[in-house]
Design a protein around this ligand. Structure first.
Ligand SMILES: [Zn+2]
Ligand SMILES: [Zn+2]
Length: 179
């Protein structure tokens, strides 16, 4: 969806949107460990308005995504509900840009430089922010056996569990690091 900047007024407008987020799938296609799959379209609602040159976008979206569990590598579905609050300020495009970029990160601001605001990249960014940093099919996922590779959520294996001496070793290692 595209919103012409000159149609953003001081009085808030509320819209429903259906944004294509398919591009995110190719974004993750080459990632080995953070494997997510997204529906082609994401639905949400948005309120937008301006104050001077600053543009405000407040909204929310929800959807069902697919993730690849970081422990057992199984695919699973999870629901995401996210609300967001975005402020866009005019791109200063001045030599002191570096300072401006710093300021931008501090304030959580983004720039706009054209006469049209494209909603898709803004929404995609919010989708990425809503993803779990470590996807797990469930909190207590037992993962794959380090010895034989079976999925321990589904079957037991005959491998000898890690001996208790391992954890004692781990404590020694920790002590070393702390020294
Ligand atoms: Zn799992
Ligand atoms: Zn095993």
């Amino acid at each position: 969806m595209k919103i012409p900047v000159d149609q953003i007024t001081q009085s808030p407008k509320e819209i429903m949107f259906s944004e294509k987020i398919e591009d995110l799938n190719s974004f993750f296609a080459n990632e080995k460990y953070r494997d997510f799959h997204f529906p082609p379209v994401l639905d949400g609602s948005l309120v937008y308005y301006r104050s001077g040159q600053e543009l405000f976008f407040q909204g929310s979206f929800g959807g069902r995504f697919e993730g690849c569990c970081g422990r057992c590598l199984a695919n699973y579905s999870f629901d995401v509900e996210k609300s967001f609050d975005i402020v866009l300020v005019p791109d200063p495009a001045r030599p002191e840009r570096k300072v401006e970029e710093l300021r931008r990160e501090e304030l959580g601001l983004s720039y706009y430089s054209s006469d049209i605001i494209e909603l898709a990249p803004l929404i995609e960014e919010q989708v990425l922010l809503a993803l779990p940093t470590r996807p797990l099919c469930r909190e207590d996922c037992r993962g794959l056996c380090g010895g034989c590779g079976v999925n321990l959520n589904i079957e037991e294996c005959a491998c000898v569990p890690a001996a208790p001496s391992d954890s004692r070793l781990a404590i020694f290692r920790t002590l070393k690091i702390n020294r």
